[in-house]
Structures are given as structure tokens and as C-alpha cells.
Design a protein around this ligand. Structure first.
Ligand SMILES: [Zn+2]
Length: 222
């Protein structure tokens, strides 16, 4: 699913004033925002979640049926599980290709000179949020595909991007009403929570007030 709002322009030249922010999440795999707020895209849909939940169930069901006294039966089930895991890996790989392609298409459509994402390089390459769902691989794909199109990629320190209001800058845990909904306790701005985060990322990250930085306020951005 690629939902776009705004007026597309022709040509492949870049506008230095335009940046795309990408927020990677679970409910929607990737949310894109333009720094000027003129367009957004929700990429990936929720089929991914459903698919993984289903596969997990299948796996545990298969394990249940292992005859406890049968070495051969266990081997057969292990083989079946291995085959399924391999299939999942291939699915995720092609899914990441599709998502990264759509992100680049979005950036090109609005002539963005830069794509901004949160820096996940400190994470283990094998780390997954959902099983086999690798953000790390997705980021790598976005990077090389952007490079191919002459679009710069900037990685930001992930700080308060989901707690800060993209309109007034107010930072509070309470701004995040639910996993999906953002509502600023200061200015009242309401938005999809992932879009608000993507907008913060598109604008180069959250500016942390001096007094807050000094206090070393505890951060619980996911
Ligand atoms: Zn606000």
C-alpha cells in the first residue's frame, strides 16, 4: 500500500530543501514523511504481522506433535521447521526489497535530496524486532538504492522521535496516547504516532532543550 498526498513533479533533479524522514515500525513497516509536511506514505501494511503470527503458530503446533520416543520423528519435524524458516527468510528479503523500492520512489517523486533514518548500526546485524523481520537489512537496501539515485542518506541518533511533538517541539511520554496515536499535551496536535515520528526524523531529529539534557531525563523511546 502506498498512499500519497501532494502534487508530484516531473524530472529527476533534486531539491536541496526537500528531505524524507523514514520511521520503521511494527504496525506499519515504514512511514515516510516530507520535512515540509506536504506528503506522507504508509508502506507495507499489516499483512507482515499476520503472516509471522501465523507461521509462529504453525511451528509450535508442529513441535507439539513430535513423538517423545521417536528420534526419526524429531528429525523429520526439525527438517520441516528448517524449511519453513528458510522460506520466511526469503519472504522477508523480498519484502524488504519492495519496501525499500517504494521509499526511493517516494523520495524521487518529491525530488528529495536526502533520506533521513534513525541510526540502527549499533544493533546486532541479526537482531530482529519481529522474528526474521530485519530492519537492518531494510536500512542497507534503502542506502544502496538511494545511492544509486544520487540521494544522500543521513542517519540520526534515535532520540525522543516518538515522544516529541513535530509541531511545537514539546517532549513528553504522555504525548504518546497509544501505540498508534500521538496527541501533544502542549499544543493539542493530533496525528498518527508513526507519522509524527517520521516528520521529526525528516526535519533532522529532535532538538532537546538544554535544561532537559542537563537533567539527563530518562529516555524510553522504543
Ligand atoms: Zn505540540
Amino acid at each position: 500500500m502506498l498512499l500519497c498526498v501532494g502534487i508530484p513533479e516531473q524530472g529527476s533533479e533534486k531539491d536541496e530543501a526537500v528531505a524524507v524522514g523514514v520511521d520503521l515500525g511494527i504496525s506499519v513497516p515504514a512511514v515516510c514523511a516530507l520535512n515540509n509536511g506536504a506528503a506522507r506514505a504508509y508502506i507495507g501494511g499489516s499483512n507482515l504481522l499476520k503472516r509471522f503470527a501465523m507461521q509462529k503458530k504453525q511451528r509450535s503446533r508442529q513441535r507439539e506433535f513430535i513423538p517423545s520416543n521417536s528420534q526419526h520423528g524429531r528429525q523429520k519435524v526439525d527438517q520441516a521447521i528448517f524449511k519453513m524458516q528458510d522460506k520466511e527468510r526469503r519472504f522477508v528479503h523480498s519484502f524488504n526489497h519492495k519496501i525499500s523500492k517504494k521509499i526511493i520512489q517516494f523520495a524521487k517523486k518529491y525530488k528529495a535530496a536526502v533520506i533521513r533514518m534513525e541510526d540502527l548500526s549499533g544493533y546486532d546485524a541479526s537482531q530482529t524486532i519481529l522474528r526474521n523481520w530485519s530492519y537492518y537489512e531494510l536500512q542497507q537496501m534503502i542506502e544502496y538504492k538511494a545511492k544509486r539515485e544520487g540521494i544522500r542518506v543521513e542517519k540520526l541518533k534515535a532520540q525522543y522521535t516518538s515522544q516529541a511533538c513535530s509541531q511545537c517541539g514539546h517532549i513528553a511520554k504522555e504525548n504518546r496516547k497509544t501505540q498508534a496515536q500521538f496527541q501533544c499535551t502542549n499544543c493539542g496536535f493530533e496525528s498518527n504516532a508513526d507519522y509524527n515520528a517520521a516528520l521529526n526524523i525528516a526535519r533532522g531529529g529532535v532538538k532537546i532543550p538544554k535544561d532537559m539534557a542537563q537533567k539527563g531525563l530518562e529516555e524510553s523511546d522504543e
